[in-house]
Design a protein around this ligand. Sequence first.
Ligand SMILES: [Zn+2]
Length: 107
Amino acid sequence: MLDKSTFARLTQCRSGHAHTGEYYRSINKPERGVACCCGAAVQTRDHLLVECPLYERYRHILRNASPELSVTHLLGTEAGVAATAKFLRRSRAFGRPTTADEDGDAA
Ligand SMILES: [Zn+2]
């Protein structure tokens, strides 16, 4: 069973409505920032899942399900989704920056 925050982020991730710079730009709220904290010019879902160095320490969770880190596989198969959920929970990726520490399950 997923906790509420993880489930919300997983749903946003699969629908393309994750709290990323890419999404903020698409909804015309670029003031929320389109760049990633790691220095990448545009933060995208794929960037956070498979590229961003800030989350590399958690990426083995995803590689267990998809050694080649295929986003299609990670978001489209049962094993991939389970791994993505675990990755999101551990890494807290896709949390809104201002609320990232408010949902109570500090590591
Ligand atoms: Zn990044």
